[in-house]
Design a protein around this ligand. Structure first.
Ligand code: NAD
Ligand code: TYD
Length: 349
């Protein structure tokens, strides 16, 4: 069946992996990538597929309601996979307004534009909202986030994502508008903007710069390879039940400091340094305000009901990721020049 799918935030980290997967796997789908191209969006991420016939790019802010409505009309959009967001917790602590604007108002603008264009005829339509496990708050040493766990966000980022999730559910409940939501754990892999832990540390190790570990490095995150997330979105998009939520995770928890040591070993190996030599760069810094202690996702529902499982072992994923950043120095240089240099200076001075 033909589909015209609007993917928002397709020039970002996860979005670019998803767009690539959909464009290559489904020649009969037209994938329309709508992205504002903020500091985190980069069309270089999609160079290999940009001239494919079933792909289009539209530069558009999801908050620009009039423009968004026109994109639905121009491309006859019948499905949406919504990833566009401000996504970095540290930035949300410094500038919460832009998170409320893009993540809450932007999501509402898309929901309303879809509802108007679909004119309450929702047959074969879907609005898939991509969210995060951070909406569930922080765990102690035990337990996992389930789809039924009550929301308890702590950062302006997670509060804005929680709010967007609520708006999506409100459309489902109020208008029988067709939605599905997934909440995923921390992703890693190629094309991730180097403000996030893994690419930031790979880059700093290469440049012999300090590795800023927040607090004691004891916070725990559950890490999933980005292509496994893209595959999960593909499965949920095609087989997920309307109105449902699916948790996506790797059953792969790492204390930050242990993860950092794995990254160091891998980078040292590829740079021909003595293994572990770069541990001297580890620098403990003031903890992040409101820093959630532990995230851990239970993705049993997704496995049992839709048959998805992570495919890649973590050690292999980290190896591939480190190698990609080392092989793509130009990409790294391009995205870390300009405004990012100013952000880095202000954040870690
Ligand atoms: P990212 O920051 O790498 O990319 C975000 C993209 O959205 C960029 O291309 C940016 O230009 C675009 N964008 C931002 N504001 C926009 C606006 N107003 N209008 C149009 N486009 C805009 O983010 P990511 O890590 O790829 O995350 C994508 C989605 O997945 C987000 O919704 C995020 O909350 C969610 N998520 C991320 C992770 C993770 O570990 N990165 C985990 C779970 C869920
Ligand atoms: P991050 O990649 O920002 O993802 P999130 O906050 O969404 O989980 O951070 C992952 C973990 O690494 C988190 O516990 C914060 C920590 N961290 C540092 O210790 N130092 C840093 O410079 C950064 C960016 C993160």
């Amino acid at each position: 069946m033909k589909k015209n799918i609007l993917v928002t935030g397709g020039a970002g980290f996860i979005g670019s992996h998803l767009v690539r997967l959909l464009v290559n796997k489904y020649p009969n789908y037209h994938i329309v990538n709508m992205d504002k191209l903020t500091y985190a969006g980069n069309l270089e991420n999609l160079k290999d597929i940009e001239s494919k016939e079933n792909y289009s790019f539209v530069k558009c802010d999801i908050c620009d309601f009039d423009k968004v409505k026109n994109v639905f009309i121009d491309y006859k959009i019948d499905n949406v996979i919504h990833l566009a967001a401000e996504s970095h917790v540290d930035r949300s602590i410094k500038d919460p307004f832009s998170f409320a604007q893009t993540n809450v108002m932007g999501t509402l603008s898309l929901l309303q534009a879809a509802k108007l264009y679909w004119a309450n005829n929702f047959k074969d339509k879907l609005f898939y909202h991509v969210s995060t496990d951070e909406v569930y708050g922080s765990l102690g040493k035990e337990g996992f986030f389930l789809e039924t766990t009550a929301y308890d966000p702590h950062s302006p980022y997670s509060a804005s994502k929680a709010s967007s999730d609520h708006f999506v559910r409100s459309f489902q409940d109020t208008y029988q508008f067709p939605t599905v939501i997934s909440n995923c754990s921390n992703n890693y892999g190629s094309y991730q903007f180097p403000e996030k832990l893994i690419p930031l540390f790979i880059n700093n190790i290469c440049q012999n710069k300090p590795l800023p570990v927040y607090g004691k490095g004891e916070n725990v995150r559950d890490w999933l390879f980005v292509d496994d997330h893209a595959r999960a979105i593909d499965v949920i998009f095609h087989k997920g039940k309307l109105g449902e939520t699916y948790n996506i995770g790797g059953f792969n928890e790492w204390k930050n400091i242990d993860l950092i040591k794995v990254i160091i070993k891998t980078v040292d190996k590829y740079l021909g340094r003595e293994i572990g030599a770069s541990e001297k760069l580890i620098t403990y810094v003031t903890d992040r305000a409101g820093h959630d202690l532990r995230y851990a996702i239970d993705s049993t529902k997704l496995k049992d009901e839709l048959g998805w499982e992570p495919s890649l072992q973590f050690e292999e994923g980290i190896d591939k990721t480190v190698k990609w950043y080392l092989d793509n120095e130009t990409w790294l240089k391009n995205v870390t020049s300009g405004d990012y240099a100013k952000y880095y200076e202000a954040m870690y001075k």
